[in-house]
Design a protein around this ligand. Structure first.
Ligand SMILES: Cc1ncc(COP(=O)(O)O)c(C=O)c1O
Length: 406
């Protein structure tokens, strides 16, 4: 069990942003910052030691995904993995076609590489989602074309937590020989993710989303899938991703994979689901004008997203932070001291006010019932006090946070 309470007076409900490292992960990493500092490409015994540790981690990552070790390419995280998958496939298959489909609620780490591809002449289209954030399968099928080369779909949305029908999409892609990339950054380590059951060709994960270190991730590339290299240089990882590997972090990621498997077997994620339901039910019951965003149950264990009528999510988070040291987040971006509504909340059909009001609480394995009850105890009063503030004061409050966030 990971405790998020290593800092007194803090309630950490921002696990979708990043998780605390599991102590066993840190223990496993430490020797590679010290005596075991070899370069895995070196032939001597110190290099071979690092190489051995790297290949062990590759097996651990592969085991969590039901993949072969040779199908795992280490990288710096999901942003790099998504860039590699999307740009690599687009370049590889450009003679075959230039049409790419994705959902209209993807993370920027998918959206922005696709925007770059669009500037290079690829045609990128966005499949709508329904009011709970689930991909519209009929629209998806209607949007497929003979020149569609790639579909990219997130496994769970990072703001809503809603899970996507990846298996249904992969069956459709298979039948048409279209490659499917899945950004599984919010699901790996929290629910079973089996690449064969999902039927995907490429899958992205990031260690810091499941109690591993930041700066380590992996791209699953199904055997037989060829794609252009993103990071060119030396011959590391059979030329699929050049650069000396971040051995310590990769070792930590491998251990985090083992820990996640055991944690899921031990029902630790079920505990997260139970606390999530407690937060959802308690909030909807006690806070007037509160709405749950996303699907009520078809969601990743830890992510909850609410909109509260008449307030901005930032104001609520700031107040709860001031009162109990709560760490949570919103999907809105601060732009010049004002709030842009969350594109994801707009995509599920929320009106502007509620799309600005989105507040994400993301729970983890270390979250306690007492922490959830404390949030539930405070929330009604804080929401009411924010509603009572005049709009100018609310804007000033949020503006202050925007400045802090840079
Ligand atoms: C769905 C999704 N994709 C990609 C990323 C980027 O991950 P990383 O921080 O490993 O680059 C995130 C991070 O929040 C995410 O939630």
């Amino acid at each position: 069990m990971v405790s998020s309470n290593f800092i007194p007076a803090m309630i950490y409900l921002d696990h979708a942003a990043t998780t605390p490292m599991h102590p066993a992960v840190l223990d496993a990493m430490m020797p590679f910052f010290g005596a075991r500092f070899g370069n895995p490409s070196s032939l001597h015994h110190l290099g071979r030691d690092a190489k051995f540790a790297l290949e062990r981690a590759r097996e651990q990552v592969a085991a969590l995904l039901g993949a072969r070790a040779s199908e795992i390419v280490f990288n710096s995280g999901a942003t790099e993995g998504n860039n590699h998958a999307l740009k690599g496939v687009a370049a590889q298959l450009k003679a075959k076609g230039r049409h790419i489909l994705t959902s209209n609620i993807e993370h920027d780490a998918v959206l922005h590489p696709l925007q770059s591809l669009a500037k290079e002449g690829y045609e990128v289209e966005f499949v709508p989602v329904d009011s709970q954030g689930i991909l519209d399968l009929e629209a998806f099928q209607a949007m497929l074309r003979p020149d569609t080369i790639l579909v990219s779909l997130m496994h769970a949305n990072n703001e809503l937590g809603t899970l996507q029908p990846v298996e249904a999409v992969s069956a459709i892609c298979r039948a048409r020989a279209i490659w499917l990339h899945v950004d599984a950054c919010q699901t790996v380590g929290h629910i079973p993710v089996d690449v064969k059951a999902l039927g995907c060709d490429l899958l992205t994960l990031s260690a810091h989303k499941f109690y591993g270190p930041k700066g380590a991730g992996a791209l699953y590339i199904r055997r037989g899938v060829r794609l252009e290299t993103l990071v060119e240089g030396g011959h590391q990882q059979k030329g699929r991703r050049a650069g000396t590997e971040n051995v310590a972090a990769i070792v930590g990621m491998g251990v985090a994979c083992d820990i996640a498997r055991v944690a899921m077997q031990n029902g630790e994620e079920d505990h997260v689901v139970a606390l999530r339901q407690r937060l959802i039910e308690g909030t909807l019951r006690s806070v007037e004008g509160s709405y749950l965003n996303g699907h009520p149950t078809n969601r990743v264990p830890g992510i909850v997203n609410f909109s509260f009528e008449g307030i901005e999510g930032e104001g609520l988070i700031l107040e709860l932070d001031a009162k109990v040291g709560l760490c949570a987040s919103t999907g809105s971006a601060c732009a010049a001291g004002s709030l842009d509504p969350s594109p994801t909340l707009l995509a599920i059909g929320l009106e502007l006010g509620l799309a600005r009001a989105g507040t994400r609480f993301s729970l983890g394995r270390g979250t306690t019932e007492a922490e959830i009850d404390e949030v539930l105890r405070l929330m009604p009063g804080v929401v009411e006090s924010l509603r009572a503030l005049n709009p100018a004061a609310r804007v000033a409050l949020v503006g202050a946070q925007c400045d802090n966030a840079g």
